[in-house]
Ligand binder design. Structure first.
Ligand SMILES: [Zn+2]
Length: 139
């Protein structure tokens, strides 16, 4: 019983951070009118309809909350196109340099555990950032 409740609690910290971090990435990538260009296919859509796309899949904690590993994109690329990984890699290399995909591949296994305290710190940090972005962009 105890173990179950501990796992549940952990998940909820992670889920809370997932939600606020996703909001942050999508707002970061949106323009002043609230529109984003899908990082992979270039489709224009409203940030609320966009998704936080991970280059290295979400299950890897070392890159799950990396601002470089995450960009706003469309549901088609994120789900139905299997993350559109080839296009994603092309854009990452253009924006961050040729060795960025190798760096992310190395980073994905560097974190296997995040403490509640660290989760809470990151949640608080991104809450402030989200409010800042909303204010700056008038969204
Ligand atoms: Zn797309």
């Amino acid at each position: 019983m105890k173990i179950t409740s501990k796992i549940k609690r952990k998940n909820s910290f992670k889920e809370k951070l997932d939600r606020i971090f996703s909001e942050y990435i999508r707002l970061r990538d949106s323009d002043e009118d609230g529109f984003i260009r899908c990082y992979c296919c270039g489709k224009i859509l409203h940030w609320k309809q966009s998704q936080n796309m991970h280059f290295i899949p979400r299950q890897h904690l070392g890159t799950r909350f990396s601002e470089i590993n995450c960009h706003a994109g469309c549901i088609k690329c994120n789900y139905y196109n299997n993350g559109n990984i080839e296009e994603y890699a092309v854009h990452l290399k253009k924006d961050y340099g040729d060795n960025i995909t190798d760096k992310l591949l190395l980073a994905k296994k560097t974190t296997t555990k995040i403490s509640d305290f660290s989760y809470q710190k990151m949640i608080d940090f991104y809450k402030v950032e989200v409010e800042k972005l909303k204010k700056e962009k008038g969204l």
